[in-house]
Design a binder for this molecule. Structure first.
Ligand code: UDP
Length: 388
């Protein structure tokens, strides 16, 4: 049997993309291992047995991108629906549209401002922030002014991050656009959608397309697996997508993450909240949002997806403190974390046959498309020359 050319640790987006490319483009033999019992990483979905509703096991995942190469790449494996994400938020027992747009502004200030009037108003309110914002709070106020920040961002962010907004990276808030028209699409990307067959099937199609060259071993811990350790010692190229600090035995301390906990409920109604994601902006309730999975597939019309079916599934999402052993979701990236990361990256740069990638390997707050992009770029610039 041909020997393994590439070992990929982690069967999430980064790992599977690299494995698929190495097999399809270069004809290389790849071993992918993952400690979980499924592929797809946090983008994995599964179909609930009782209702037939597809749930994103690790929280809402909506594919959106402006990268042409990423869009073409993902469309090789499945076509995408024309799903458009829209989110609402509850504040003071009232529902407002997100991201903050002219509809939110006029509802909040009980007014009928034109786009120009609203801009002027927010500009005045944003004056409270310094010219060069250095953290999430200053950045938030400079974008939307203090009243809207206090209503929609401050408490939600405190619930989600359990870190004072003054200590959080300002880029977190840049994920949320602010609009002075009535457009309430959550994302502003060129392309958006959900794989027609669902995420689980998408990743299966991806791996099936290279099943002769890519072997996948699940329930396999890299640090304990003999085959993986032998390959590493023999100098085989390794793409490692697990936590970079874990790889280096936490020698500079653990990088800090936020974790998330979901409470799943099957509710005996056709439609629980009328939209896929409802955020809760106030300190109470304690959950940050409720996800209702049915709404991700309005095109599905059979079983529980049919109108009047009387069954829906919701996940109440709670942010939770991360500690070793818990699932890492969001990198906190305090200045201390970034210092540690720099030290780990210095070690990583000295490795001859190990490439770190993905959310955990790079300690990055990645959307799905950014992970595909980073994997495709790493494949072209670093992995291909090493495998050739
Ligand atoms: N955010 C907020 N209020 C909201 C939604 C988002 O304050 O209703 C802030 C919060 O700090 C959050 C960030 O915007 O961490 C990004 O939110 P998004 O929903 O885009 O991130 P996700 O959790 O889905 O990755």
């Amino acid at each position: 049997m041909k020997k393994v050319d590439l070992l990929v640790v982690g069967a999430g987006i980064f790992g599977l993309t690299v494995a698929e490319r190495a097999a399809t483009v270069l004809g290389k033999k790849v071993l992918v291992i993952d400690k979980r019992n499924h592929i797809g990483g946090n983008s994995y979905s599964e179909i609930d047995k009782e209702t037939g509703i597809e749930c994103h096991k690790y929280g809402a995942h909506i594919f959106h991108t402006s990268y042409q190469d990423v869009w073409e790449y993902v469309n090789k494996f499945d076509s995408f629906t024309n799903y458009e994400h829209r989110v609402y938020t509850v504040h003071n027992q009232e529902v407002f549209p997100l991201p903050i747009n002219l509809g939110t502004i006029n509802q909040f200030f009980k007014s009928n401002y034109s786009p120009e009037e609203a801009k002027k108003l927010i500009k005045g309110q944003a004056k409270k922030a310094p010219k060069n914002p250095s953290n999430l709070k200053e950045q938030g106020i400079s974008l939307i002014g203090e009243p809207l920040f206090d209503a929609f961002i401050m408490n939600y962010t405190a619930k989600q991050w359990q870190t004072p907004p003054e200590q959080l990276d300002k880029s977190i808030i840049n994920r949320l656009p602010v609009r002075f028209d009535y457009n309430n699409r959550y994302f502003s990307n060129t392309y958006e959608g959900i794989p027609k067959s669902g995420y689980k099937a998408f990743f299966e199609k991806m791996t099936n397309s290279v099943k002769d060259l890519v072997k996948i071993k699940l329930n396999t811990n890299f640090f304990e697996d003999e085959e993986a350790q032998e390959l590493l010692e023999a100098g085989t190229l390794v793409v490692y997508t697990g936590p970079i600090d874990e790889f280096y035995k936490y020698q500079y301390g653990a990088l800090n993450w936020r974790s998330v906990r979901f409470e799943k409920e099957i509710i005996p109604v056709d439609d629980f909240q009328g939209c896929p994601v409802m955020n809760y902006a106030d300190p109470d309730p304690k959950y940050t949002r409720i996800i209702e999975f049915k709404h991700f597939h309005p095109e599905r019309t059979t079983g529980s997806y049919a109108e009047g079916s009387n069954k829906t599934i919701i996940f109440k999402e709670y942010s939770s403190t991360w500690e070793l052993g818990k699932e890492p979701y969001y990198p906190v990236k305090t200045p201390t974390d970034l210092e540690k990361l720099q030290k780990y990256n210095t070690l990583a740069a000295k490795e001859k046959n190990i490439i770190f990638g993905g959310r955990l390997g790079e300690y990055a707050y990645y959307d799905m498309d950014a992970t595909f992009k980073s994997a495709l770029d790493a494949f072209n610039s670093k992995i291909t020359p090493l495998l050739k």
